[in-house]
Design a binder for this molecule. Structure first.
Ligand code: VGL
Ligand code: ZN
Length: 204
């Protein structure tokens, strides 16, 4: 079972969005054209309440991209983004979601952030995605979406840890910060994951 996980392809992570990723929109046509090759497609959606602790606006004297502690963990503070029910939290209308059989929302607890589609950043709660994929007999996951150095990367690391053969589609993701993405790629490879262009994947 080959599964495609579409990570956080929402307006706030696209150019012009609150946390817009440069050229983030370029991945959408590539991901749309790939979907028919997969047995299963799922999507994740960053879905924060407006009092979320990862927003700089909810901390006194803090600006976006400064750091603090949240739930005992190091936390980068972000501009307000992906607020439940707002336009910025919607999936891009360019993204084909007709094949998506499950949509997993994350980041709903104001007291902890959740980059990975599988667990919150403290690994306290599972989203259910891991059990869902195992229940569907999935053995291999391909991951694309935004942003490469955060939600895509952490989703990949958890997928590896959960025992899925894990491939990040390099042309189907873009980072917030290139240096962070280089480091993330190293850890994904070190842990046993692959990073490949979509033109090199072999789906059998
Ligand atoms: C993300 C920062 C904050 C992401 C989500 O989807 O990569 N990054 N929330
Ligand atoms: Zn977020």
């Amino acid at each position: 079972m080959n599964t495609l996980i579409l990570v956080d392809i929402q307006y706030d992570f696209l150019p012009g969005g609150a946390l817009g990723v440069e050229n983030g929109d370029k991945i959408i046509p590539v991901l749309n054209s790939l979907q028919n090759k997969f047995d299963l497609v799922v999507a994740t959606q960053d879905w924060h309440p407006k009092d979320h602790g990862s927003f700089a606006s909810n901390h006194k004297n803090k600006k976006p991209f400064e750091e603090t502690k949240l739930g005992g963990l190091d936390q980068i503070l972000w501009p307000d983004h992906c607020i439940q029910g707002r336009k910025g939290a919607e999936f891009s209308s360019e993204l084909n979601l007709h094949k998506a059989e499950a949509i997993i929302r994350k980041g709903t607890d104001p007291k902890i952030d959740s980059y990975s589609g599988f667990f919150d950043n403290g690994k306290k709660k599972a989203t259910g995605l891991g059990d869902y994929l195992k229940g569907r007999g999935v053995s291999r996951v391909f991951i694309g979406g935004l942003a490469a150095d955060f939600c895509v990367g952490f989703t990949a690391l958890d997928a590896i840890e959960l025992g899925f053969e894990t491939i990040v589609l390099e042309d189907c993701t873009r980072p917030i910060d290139m240096e962070g993405w280089e480091k993330m790629k190293d850890s994904i490879r070190t842990k046993g994951g692959k990073i490949l262009p979509s033109t090199e994947i072999n789906l059998k």
